[in-house]
Write a protein that binds this ligand. Structure first.
Ligand SMILES: Nc1nc2c(ncn2[C@@H]2O[C@H](COP(=O)(O)OP(=O)(O)O)[C@@H](O)[C@H]2O)c(=O)[nH]1
Ligand SMILES: [Mg+2]
Length: 445
């Protein structure tokens, strides 16, 4: 099996800082606050893009960052929102969080989009913090940092096209002629129950490519009841087109190729009726041998009469191979089109764009983490803490008011917080202040 792996870092854009500017107008003494909000940072999306078959590009390029939001500006002007970034991955890519090992998403379907990192919110400009007692507030929020993480990508290639045929028909030879796969050739009819995979690249405008599997052992294994590996079955089940390779020469024993063809078809039908229903192209192989040439007119007529599309090829010389591949590619495009219609119907009923799970951002938890230590967690309060500019006295004041109005201060008191204790929120260490201090909290300088 072909497994491709890569490790990449994604970073959503930081939110822009809010502006703390003041109006400078001739007749407005100490003009009012007019600093606008920072722009939102761009998200990073993963997208399963058709036609991609490899993670190779990610060996060279590992860092991906969406644009940061612009800072808010004077005259209440909003900062520019950062552009989001789409990372195209081949369908079949499995995405893990590199640190925790958690499975994040399995991009199975072409077109599937997943938001992997959310852009930071823009900070509020000081225009929002106007009140009657606060004529000229300096406070403005910092932008929220964008999400970032290391990801592990794994692409397990699934075959689009399966090569079937009797041992020695020339399946492995054909696969190695059209791809970089190097299956063992000849003398290995029973070697392996793992399919060999190769990526076949068809030139042309859209640079179509597909994954072809040489499926040895299907018939042998199925016929004598040998257990086929799970991976093997997965490949067989997911192929969309079969190419039936027939040794048109009849081999050294002078067999009848039509008889060979029937044998395999009967076994496929017995093995899995669904597989027998897949589109099948016939490749009459070894046309570089005189015996094959002699057989061609008879085989061609019989198979076409039976409704098959027939190609005459030589895996060894390459003769006749390009038209076969073009037809396979066309067949796959049709299969993809049918699949897309099914998907669209399904999409009409359910949403297939996955988002990060929705959670209650305002929920918080206060935990006593030591004799004199407490930790406050919660998405909203942590974000607010990261966005607070503690160097700014008014920002710090506002922070305290939020702690009070949210009930966090009351909960800390209920749990027995006393002056001098450390309260940690989003990595900031805050000291609980004395009752009679102006500020209930003092902040570490
Ligand atoms: N002359 C000739 N020999 C071929 C051709 N394709 C395969 N062979 C030979 O047939 C034998 C079996 O080929 P292989 O690809 O291993 O068949 P598989 O068992 O179907 O995978 C090998 O000796 C190949 O060299 C062909 O187009 N022309
Ligand atoms: Mg083989």
């Amino acid at each position: 099996m072909l497994i491709d792996r890569a490790r990449i870092h994604v970073k959503a854009g930081n939110g822009g800082n809010g502006s703390s500017s003041f109006r400078r107008e001739k007749y407005v003494p100490r003009g009012g606050p007019d600093g606008g909000d920072g722009g939102r940072g761009g998200d990073v999306h993963l997208r399963a893009a058709p036609n991609l078959t490899s993670l190779l590009p990610f060996q060279y390029n590992q860092k991906f960052a969406a644009e940061a939001g612009g800072p808010g500006r004077s005259q209440q002007r909003h900062g520019k929102n950062g552009a989001s970034l789409d990372i195209d991955l081949p369908p079949g890519t499995i995405v893990w969080d590199d640190e925790s090992g958690e499975l994040i998403v399995d991009l199975t379907e072409s077109g599937q989009v997943f938001t992997i990192a959310q852009g930071g919110k823009g900070g509020l400009g000081n225009v929002h913090f106007k009140s009657s007692v606060r004529q000229a507030p300096r406070v403005a929020e910092l932008g929220e940092p964008g999400g970032e993480r290391w990801l592990r990508l794994e692409l397990r290639m699934i075959a689009d096209v399966g090569l079937v045929g009797l041992p020695n028909a020339g399946k492995s030879t054909l696969l190695s002629a059209v791809s970089r796969a190097r299956p063992k050739i000849a003398d290995y009819p029973f070697t392996t129950l793992e399919p060999n995979l190769g990526v076949v690249e068809i030139g042309g405008i859209d640079g179509q490519s597909f994954v072809m599997a040489d499926i040895p052992g299907l018939i042998e294994g199925a016929a004598d009841g040998a257990g086929l590996g799970h991976e093997f079955l997965r490949h067989v089940a997911r192929t969309k087109v079969l190419v039936h390779v027939v040794d048109a020469s009849g081999g050294l024993e002078g067999r009848d190729p039509l008889q060979d063809f029937e044998t395999i078809n009967a076994e496929i039908a017995a093995y899995d009726p669904e597989m027998a229903g897949k589109p099948m192209l016939v490749a009459l192989n070894k046309i570089d041998i005189p015996e094959a040439i002699d057989n061609l007119p008879r085989l061609r007529t019989a198979m076409r009469d039976a409704g098959y599309r027939v190609f005459e090829i030589s895996g060894v010389t390459g003769e006749g191979v390009p038209p076969l591949l073009q037809s396979v590619a066309a067949e796959l495009r049709e299969a993809a089109e049918r699949q897309r219609e099914i998907e669209e119907k399904r999409k009409a009923e359910e949403k297939t764009v996955f988002r990060l799970p929705e959670v209650d951002e305002r929920a918080w938890t206060v935990t006593r983490t030591g004799q004199d230590e407490f930790t406050v967690t919660g998405i909203g309060i942590e974000r607010f803490t990261r966005m607070t500019d503690f160097d700014n006295e008014e920002g710090a004041d506002r922070f305290q008011r939020v702690l009070q109005s949210s009930g966090i201060s009351a909960e800390l008191e209920k749990q027995g917080v006393k002056p001098g204790d450390v309260v940690t929120i989003a990595g900031h260490e805050l000291f609980w202040g004395e009752e009679d201090e102006l500020a209930e909290f003092g902040f570490e300088e």
